[in-house]
Design a protein around this ligand. Structure first.
Ligand SMILES: Cc1cc2nc3c(=O)[nH]c(=O)nc-3n(C[C@H](O)[C@H](O)[C@H](O)COP(=O)(O)O)c2cc1C
Length: 334
């Protein structure tokens, strides 16, 4: 049993979810502490090296968007050994997000339900923090951006892209009114056209999940979105965001499910996309990943990288090293 599961997690989980999140954030802001501890989390292996949209990654494990919404502790997350980290989602203006309660835990199935709704300090605050991050030539920093108008999203792109390695455009938060407009093909095409005019770094698009997996088919809406991404030469798609669910304990009555329960669906989505589109599109798999074996399955299914969030909450900061160690062993035994 680790320090996290014996001591840190019981303390964090004794608090209401958002309070424990704030406490974790305060700890993660102590970047010198994490730098000092970085050897504990270090595991490097050439078998893990990979490339994603021209970016050279030390390993295919990425920090998913939403964990460090305001770019307050990205360098600490880098010390945990991720191959890349995503800050944000950032919006042009500061936003309070949805009313509380807006974060729930379900310990028995290691899941979370959130209806955060992009609480954030806005573009300028995030850009300033990105600028002040310590320079690290091997760090791959990606920023998730969003908004309800093309103009706002382009403003985020042009301000932030000189400070990061790639942009992930979030069109899929289930908690933000107005965002779903870009889940419609013609709107997405217009957005991507505008982003392409200013493009200086790779662009990823983060998709909503499609749950039609029992008959192993892809919904028409998702096919349309993929076609729009192919046409616009998007560098990768991230599959996927949280699964929309209703829950009366949340102030707004509905939110997004994340964590262990998502994994089978994530694997199905990657299989479906890859069987139809093969190497035509790069895919980052996201949803329910917590072990090296799961990453191995996703990579075998064709994923170029994976992203995680909720397993950090349940398994702690050592989860990245554990995943990498198992993944390297599995890749070598192939
Ligand atoms: C509390 C919380 C906040 C999130 N905020 C964002 C966000 O701002 N932008 C985004 O693209 N995804 C956000 N996500 C979704 C995650 O990036 C990820 O897609 C989802 O949680 C599935 O991965 P997981 O099962 O590894 O957590 C959030 C997830 C959680 C749990």
């Amino acid at each position: 049993m680790s320090f996290y599961s014996n001591i840190a997690r019981p303390v964090l989980f004794s608090l209401p979810p958002e309070k424990s999140q704030h406490l974790a954030e305060l700890l993660l802001q102590q970047s010198l502490l994490w730098k000092a501890a970085s050897k504990l989390f270090s595991f490097e292996d050439e078998f893990l090296h990979t490339e994603l949209a021209g970016l050279k990654l030390r390993n295919p494990i990425g920090l998913a968007a939403g964990f460090d919404k305001n770019i307050q502790f990205l360098s600490s997350m880098e010390y945990l050994g991720f191959g890349y980290v995503i800050g944000g989602t950032i919006t042009k203006e500061p936003r309070p997000g949805n009313p509380s309660p807006r974060l729930l835990r379900s310990r028995k199935d290691k899941s979370l339900i959130n209806s955060m709704g992009f609480p954030g300090e806005g573009l300028q605050a995030a850009a300033k923090r990105l600028q002040n991050l310590p320079v690290s030539p091997s760090a791959i920093r990606i920023v998730s951006i969003s908004g309800t108008t093309i103009e706002d999203i382009v403003t985020c792109q042009t301000t932030i892209q000189t400070l990061c390695s790639a942009i992930e455009v979030n069109i899929s938060s289930p908690n933000t009114a107005g965002l779903r407009i870009f889940q419609e093909k013609t709107h997405l095409l217009k957005l991507l056209e505008a982003l392409n005019q200013n493009k200086k770094v790779p662009i990823f698009v983060k998709f909503p999940p499609f749950i039609d997996s029992h008959d192993k088919s892809m919904t028409t809406e998702i096919r349309d979105l993929i076609e729009a991404c192919l046409k616009s030469e998007v560098d990768a798609i991230t599959v996927a965001n949280t699964i929309p669910v209703e829950d009366k304990r949340l102030a707004v009555g509905k939110g997004g499910l994340s964590g262990s329960k998502l994994f089978e669906n994530t694997l199905s989505m990657i299989n479906i996309i890859k069987s139809e589109y093969g190497d035509k599109i790069n895919v980052n798999a996201c949803g329910g990943v917590s072990t090296g074996d799961q990453v191995y399955q996703l990579i075998k299914a064709g994923a170029n990288s994976i992203q995680l969030y909720t397993s950090l909450v349940y398994e702690g900061p050592g989860v990245v090293k554990d995943i990498k160690t198992d993944l390297a062993r599995l890749l070598k035994s192939q």
